[in-house]
Each structure stands twice: as structure tokens, then as C-alpha cells.
Design a binder for this molecule. Structure first.
Ligand code: HEC
Length: 229
């Protein structure tokens, strides 16, 4: 019997403790996080951080389509302060910003039932895609036919989120303007489904580099505050 008790205690120690420390405690801590207010004098910005929630409907489409298999949404901290390489990280390198992109923290994911950190980074990181996104119609075009924008693209097409229908007179405003090679049959047009619209709303809402209250980067990001000093 005492052996049985040792066995149970050992089980608790080997599975229960890690579960408590790695899952339960972090989950409880995370759930206790709330938005925090900016301090106008210190941060140079007003309002709450993080300011805008993501688009939840679109996030469900993102989850279902498995975008997380190829796209991450997490900029890791660099422990060695080697932040220089991260200037303009995850975007076209032309016109890179002068300041390094900041790494993400827990609050960046507030309001998201799941944080879509990603599985592999086959495509660019989308953490801050909302800032660098092109116009709406181009995002739709990319999801419908990725190679119509980059002929080297190995992103799969998500054409099933679009409807091909007979064009009635003038093409609809929402109809995708595809280059000849990718155009659908003469007299037909491609229209985004409400799901595709929600997905694009979600992509546009991805802006996880708002200044963090109380961090020096926030002051640097607010020229008005810097000028005052
Ligand atoms: C098989 C891997 C794969 C999957 C799955 C995938 N992508 Fe991509 N994606 C890529 C690659 C590779 C690129 C870069 C090439 C390009 O721009 O066409 C890319 C580019 C992008 C870009 C442009 C990023 C930028 O910085 O300009 C967006 C936005 C995007 N994908 C969204 C999505 C969404 C939304 C889904 C799910 C519906 C998805 N991707 C699924 C591989 C993938």
C-alpha cells in the first residue's frame, strides 16, 4: 500500500507540478491581464493599450483555413539587444523604418481567445500586416491568385473563398481585377464571399506594435512627446 502511495505521489509530482506551473498558473495570470491606460505625459499618447481589438469573425476564417501553418504572428524578444536586424522586419526592405520593430508581449494578444503564434514561418510574419497592407482589392487578389502578384509565390490559392458568377452588365465594384493570365471566363466575374471580406478585415486589424505604456520605445514613437522635453 505504501508503495502505491509513493507511486501516486510520484505521478502527481511528475505530471501535476509541470501542469500547474506551465499551464494553470500562466493561464490564470494571462486571464487576469486587462487593458492599461497610457499616461499622456510619459507616453505621449492617450487611450488604452492595446487600443483596438482584432476582427474575430475573420480570425475564425484564418483559423479554419490553416493560415497559421505558414504564417506566424509573433516577433520574439532578442536577449542580446541585437535589435538592429529587426528594422523593417517582415516587410519589404525598401524604406525600412529607422526604429527596430518591437517584440511582442502578452497584452498584444488581449481579446483573442487563441493567440495565433503560428506553426512555421514559410510566409512572412503577419504581426503588423495591418500597417503595411496594400489596398483591399490587392489583398483579395493575393488570396485568390497569389501568383498574379508574385510569380514566385508558393502561397496556396484560397479561391474557394470567392464566387465566380455571371457578370450582369457592368462589372460589380467588388469584382476582382485580375491580370489576363488569371482572369476567369469571358462574361464572368469573381466576387469575395462575406468570409473573404471578414478575413481581409482581420488581416487589416493586425497591428501589434502599438507603443507599450512606460517603455522608452513608446516615447521614441511619439515625436510630440519627445519635442516637449
Ligand atoms: C503553404 C504555406 C502558406 C499558407 C497555408 C498560407 N500562406 Fe500566406 N504566404 C505564404 C508565402 C510563402 C507568402 C510569401 C509569398 C507571397 O507574398 O506571395 C505568403 C504571403 C502572404 C501575405 C502577404 C504578406 C506580406 O508581408 O506582404 C499575406 C497577407 C498572406 N500570405 C495571408 C495568408 C492567409 C490569410 C492565409 C490563410 C487563408 C495564408 N496566407 C495561408 C505561404 C502561405
Amino acid at each position: 500500500m505504501s508503495q502505491f502511495r509513493t507511486f501516486i505521489l510520484a505521478l502527481i509530482a511528475s505530471f501535476g507540478l509541470p501542469w500547474l506551473c506551465l499551464i494553470v498558473i500562466p493561464a490564470v495570470k494571462y486571464q487576469a491581464l486587462t487593458q492599461i491606460a497610457y499616461d499622456k505625459d510619459r507616453d505621449g499618447v492617450e487611450g488604452l493599450y492595446p487600443p483596438a481589438p482584432i476582427n474575430r469573425q475573420g480570425q475564425l476564417v484564418y483559423a479554419r483555413e490553416g493560415c497559421v501553418q505558414c504564417h506566424t504572428q509573433m516577433i520574439r524578444p532578442t536577449q542580446l539587444a541585437l535589435d538592429g536586424w529587426r528594422k523593417g522586419w517582415g516587410q519589404d526592405q525598401e524604406g525600412r523604418p529607422a526604429a527596430a520593430i518591437r517584440s511582442n508581449n502578452l497584452r498584444d494578444y488581449l481579446g483573442e481567445p487563441f493567440a495565433f503564434l503560428g506553426v512555421q514561418r514559410n510566409g512572412p510574419d503577419l504581426t503588423n500586416y495591418g500597417w503595411r497592407a496594400p489596398e483591399r482589392s490587392k489583398i483579395h487578389q493575393m488570396l485568390f491568385a497569389p501568383r498574379s502578384l508574385h510569380d514566385w509565390s508558393n502561397m496556396p490559392s484560397f479561391a474557394h473563398l470567392y464566387t465566380e458568377r455571371l457578370a450582369q452588365g457592368q462589372p460589380a465594384d467588388k469584382a476582382l481585377k485580375l491580370p489576363k493570365k488569371f482572369a476567369v471566363k469571358e462574361g464572368y466575374e469573381v466576387i469575395p464571399t462575406p468570409e473573404a471580406e471578414a478575413l481581409v478585415d482581420y488581416l487589416l486589424s493586425l497591428k501589434k506594435d502599438y507603443p507599450v505604456p512606460g517603455e522608452s520605445a513608446a516615447v521614441a514613437a511619439a515625436p510630440a512627446a519627445a519635442a516637449k522635453k
